[in-house]
Design a protein around this ligand. Structure first.
Ligand SMILES: C[S@@+](CC[C@H](N)C(=O)[O-])C[C@H]1O[C@@H](n2cnc3c(N)ncnc32)[C@H](O)[C@@H]1O
Length: 263
């Protein structure tokens, strides 16, 4: 899959921060606070939004090891956190699980990552961390829901085709897309983890106009590439949706699920 650009990651960060399920985040931070100077490995770290979201909730210092295959994003993370104590940056491909720097990590975190992954990858990943008894907090996994306060007749068809596109290969084999969070939770339970799941939807309003516009363009591009709906239909839907962004009282919900797994 093509890389994620920093504009997209920067735009979504405030909405991700608001969306994170607070009770689940609190349970995770309580686990981290109870551990002795833990190292947390953040996989698919992008520019480092996960430590920025979690760090302020922690009572004690932790070590953050940020891992991504995209050197541009790692450099952006380094430029923001390189001067802070306890931060490390590691470039690598998650598909090579044996190369993951997990040796001294008590927890793995991930945000907006597992919906890119295949069932085969998730099974291998869970077996790997279960062998090391590493905890996992995986937030903001897209769950397939897209709902708008102002309906358009193509909304359901667009969501169906977008979700089908989400199941194509995103770099880990055929992705489970909106079903990934459930597969992840089931695999973790089977491996002996105590698993909790909680919703973390985006609820976007006119205040999130730029994020909404970029999200809608991404949906339209994916649905056009899917090819089941005609280009004119997708264009008409996109125009309606763009026009609705700033309409009074208009909102858009995009469903996510957070998963916490502790041994
Ligand atoms: C949707 S972005 C999320 C970034 C960040 N966690 C956030 O929430 O802002 C997915 C991230 O996973 C990384 N990624 C995708 N495939 C990867 C792979 N095979 N190995 C390592 N990182 C990968 C991307 O480079 C990107 O930073």
């Amino acid at each position: 899959m093509s890389g994620f650009d920093t504009t997209w990651l920067t735009l979504r960060e405030p909405s991700d921060g608001r969306a994170r399920n607070e009770p689940l985040l609190a349970r995770f931070t309580a686990e981290v606070d109870g551990a002795d100077q833990p190292v947390i490995l953040d996989i698919g770290c992008g520019t480092g939004s996960t430590p920025r979201a979690i760090g302020p909730h922690l009572r004690h210092a932790v070590g953050w090891r940020l891992f991504d295959h995209d050197q541009r994003l790692l450099d952006a993370a380094k430029s923001r956190h390189g001067g802070e104590a306890g931060f490390e940056f590691v470039q690598g491909d998650l598909n090579r699980l044996e190369a993951l720097p997990l040796h001294d990590a008590r927890f793995v975190t991930a945000s907006a990552l597992f919906d890119l992954c295949s069932g085969e990858f998730i099974d291998r990943f869970v077996a790997h961390i279960a062998g090391l008894r590493t905890g996992l907090y995986a937030a903001l996994n897209y769950d397939g829901r897209m709902q708008w306060s102002q309906a358009h007749e193509l909304d359901d068809a667009v969501a169906t085709r977008f979700n089908a596109h989400q199941r194509t290969d995103k770099g880990f084999g055929p992705s489970l897309g909106p079903g990934a969070w459930q597969h992840l939770a089931d695999a973790l339970s089977s491996a002996g983890y105590r698993v909790e799941i909680a919703p973390s939807p985006w609820v976007l309003t006119a205040d999130d106009a730029d994020l909404q516009a970029m999200f809608l363009q991404g949906v339209a591009d994916a649905v056009t590439e899917d090819g089941t709906l005609g280009r004119p239909q997708v264009a008409e839907w996109l125009e309606f949706r763009r026009d609705s962004i700033k309409a009074v009282g208009s909102s858009c919900l995009v469903g996510h699920q957070d998963v916490l797994a502790i041994r």
